[in-house]
Design a protein around this ligand. Structure first.
Ligand SMILES: NC(=O)c1ccc[n+]([C@@H]2O[C@H](COP(=O)([O-])OP(=O)(O)OC[C@H]3O[C@@H](n4cnc5c(N)ncnc54)[C@H](OP(=O)(O)O)[C@@H]3O)[C@@H](O)[C@H]2O)c1
Length: 293
């Protein structure tokens, strides 16, 4: 199978490339922003027509939530119209179009994890632009997967933000800085290594449709920070704060935890409990530090 990965050097894209390469037997083409501009239909069409991939995984996004609120044009240009251009180009070459979406398509009012059967209702511009992207993909390409992921941590680190949450907490804990984290928002922390492997399994199984690909379980950001510091054997204490004590441009859902009802077999096995995934991430990080002091 020939697999093109847009945003192929991003946090998730890097692990999608590795997941397919690790499985063997696939021709994997990572495509960076420098090579393809998703907001430009000609750039997308030319790149994808040249590669003639069987599968296109679109990890490209503008996902800084507060910046999306301030720059809605850009959010919709990248996350919605960009998704449309990719989906149309996939239709032209008869490729499966895989769009990476988010837990932020939900409003947070549900008292338990959201499944693929729940109705999205975003509360911020980022979520609205991603939901628009989902709709445009589903209406423009005959074969598609919408894979919703959440609160990602991965070894490559996010390109669109200074660091992922795990690294931010580790750096504060190591520096002895106060660690204050909201305790009234719940989500499902997800290791990009695991989400990428689950996605690769789904694609190889020939799956299509909407899937929730998060590590199993959920926690508040406060509980997540405490677990990070405990696993890293850092002494710092975490102070819980309310989300209402912080001004932010974008509203955020109180509960955006996800559960994948439709994910089974090896894809489900890849999505271990988030605590185990976090430990694996930290072990990998320590092993790299030992190799590259
Ligand atoms: N990070 C999270 O916690 C999180 C949570 C839920 C959902 N998601 C979704 O997961 C996906 C991957 O996120 P991530 O954390 O891996 O993001 P990331 O590390 O910031 O990677 C995004 C990639 O997209 C590229 N890109 C940005 N704008 C582009 C454009 N206009 N045209 C072409 N490429 C462009 C970036 O390249 P440059 O850096 O060179 O611009 C980068 O390679 C996104 O769809 C995001 O919405 C992420």
């Amino acid at each position: 199978m020939k697999v093109a990965v847009l945003g192929g050097n991003g946090q998730l894209g890097t692990d999608v490339v590795l997941a397919f390469r690790g499985a063997g037997g696939h021709d994997v083409l990572p495509m960076t922003h420098a090579q393809v501009e998703v907001t430009d239909p000609e750039s997308v069409r030319a790149a994808l027509a040249q590669g003639r991939a069987d599968v296109v995984v679109n990890c490209a996004a503008f996902h800084r939530v507060d910046d999306c609120e301030k720059r809605p044009d850009e959010a919709f240009r990248v996350n919605a119209l960009g998704a449309l251009h990719v989906a149309r180009a996939c239709a032209e070459i008869n490729a499966l179009c895989v769009y990476i979406s988010t837990d932020y398509v939900f409003d947070g009012q549900k008292g338990m994890p959201y499944t693929e059967e729940d109705c999205p209702r975003p509360v911020n511009t980022y979520g609205a632009s991603k939901l628009a992207g989902e709709h445009l993909v589903a209406q423009s390409c005959p074969r598609w997967i919408i894979a919703r992921v959440a609160s990602l941590f991965g070894r490559a680190g996010p390109r669109g933000k200074p660091s992922n949450f795990v690294e931010a907490i580790l750096s504060k804990g190591t520096a002895g800085e106060p660690v204050r984290v909201v305790d009234d928002m719940r989500m499902s922390p997800t290791y990009t290594h695991d989400a990428a492997r689950a996605l690769a399994h789904l694609i190889r199984q020939g799956a299509t449709g909407v899937f929730h690909l998060t590590n199993a379980g959920a926690c508040s950001w406060f509980e997540y920070a405490e677990e990070i510091l405990a696993l890293a054997h850092l002494e710092a204490t975490v102070e819980p704060v309310r989300s209402s004590d912080h001004f932010s441009a974008a509203r955020r859902p109180r509960n955006s935890s996800l559960r994948g009802l439709k994910v089974d077999g090896p894809a489900k096995q890849s999505l271990r409990p988030w605590e185990e995934a976090l430990k694996a991430y930290l072990d990998d990080r320590n092993a790299t530090a030992r190799r590259e002091p």
